[in-house]
Design a protein around this ligand. Structure first.
Ligand SMILES: [Zn+2]
Ligand SMILES: [Zn+2]
Length: 308
């Protein structure tokens, strides 16, 4: 529904001949640990897609569908768990949205050998915070990496092992994240968390408004239903340039025996229909391993970049 020419999509290895180019492309598509090459002419802030799969990645453990088998056996690159990186080409600052089970390769893609300058967490489900463990004593033993978390998320990390050790040893430094209050990151960039309805067993759940000097973006990887939200998603998408939204399921057919009412995510088809004619570009992220629309034009690619 929107133009796509302002971004650099990941290119599949099938169109690349040179070995060096192939190495870069394999990385950009999500498999390799090499840092992303600097975008030619990049200046200021940009968002970088560092993964697009639902919490448990693709291949999914126990999955016997072709999409999983092809990736398990190396015919297709594995899909990293949904995450966005934010990088400033001028200052070298890097920020990560969510700490996934693919944290190691995502940090390496974004920031190389050092930890990011800050990590923003959406909520306490497997795909969104467990990667924090790689900052701990058995791994990087990082020092005071700022982790932006809501009061409930911060209390969960502080009160429950093994996360509590990251706090007590000072591997991470919790930064309070209040709803609807902007966090300024410098050079014209600010990030604002807002509450969204989701299965809140351990923590609350937020999405993010990411506002640069030139572009604005929404990041909502998990939400129960647009109709259960006290905000108007159409108005929000009208107010931004890019909307990275929950693409868990294309349709209820993916899960036999369950109707759409039982699945606590908006179907991609419903989201497309709802947002028809809005100003911002719609990009789906956080796709389940059952989702057959991984190659749809409005699904993000690992390594894709968006100038901010
Ligand atoms: Zn999730
Ligand atoms: Zn979740």
């Amino acid at each position: 529904m929107q133009t796509r020419e302002r971004v650099r999509p990941c290119v599949g290895p099938w169109v690349v001949g040179a070995a060096i180019a192939l190495a870069l492309v394999v990385n950009a598509c999500g498999a390799g640990p090499t840092p992303l090459p600097d975008a030619a002419g990049a200046a200021g802030w940009e968002l970088i897609v560092l993964g697009r799969a639902q919490d448990a990645g693709i291949p999914h453990l126990g999955c016997t569908q072709a999409a999983c088998i092809d990736r398990r056996e190396g015919r297709l690159p594995a899909e990293r768990v949904a995450s966005l990186g934010l990088r400033n080409a001028d200052t070298g600052q890097t920020f990560l949205f969510d700490a996934t089970p693919d944290f190691r390769s995502q940090v390496h893609s974004l920031a190389g050998e050092r930890p990011p300058d800050g990590i923003f967490l959406t909520h306490g489900h497997m795909g969104h915070y467990t990667g924090l463990l790689y900052l701990g004593r058995e791994s990087m033993n990082a020092k005071q990496v700022p982790v932006y978390a809501t009061a409930r998320m911060g209390a969960f990390l502080t009160a429950n092992g093994p996360w509590s050790q990251l706090v007590s040893l000072g591997n991470i430094a919790l930064q309070p994240l209040a709803y609807d209050a902007a966090v300024t990151l410098g050079d014209g960039m600010q990030v604002t968390a807002f509450a969204v309805p989701h299965r809140d067993e351990f923590t609350d759940t937020v999405g993010f408004l990411i506002e640069g000097a030139n572009k604005k973006a929404l990041f909502i990887p998990d939400i129960d239903r647009w109709s259960r939200w006290n905000r108007d998603i159409r108005a929000l998408v009208d107010s931004v340039d890019y909307a990275f939204l929950d693409g868990s399921f294309a349709s209820a057919d993916e899960i036999p025996g369950r109707s759409t009412v039982d699945i606590p995510h908006p179907m991609m088809s419903a989201t497309r229909a709802l947002l028809q004619g809005t100003r911002g570009e719609l990009w789906f992220i956080h796709l389940n391993h059952t989702n057959p629309e991984l190659n749809a034009a409005d699904v993000v690619k690992d390594g894709q970049r968006f100038g901010m």
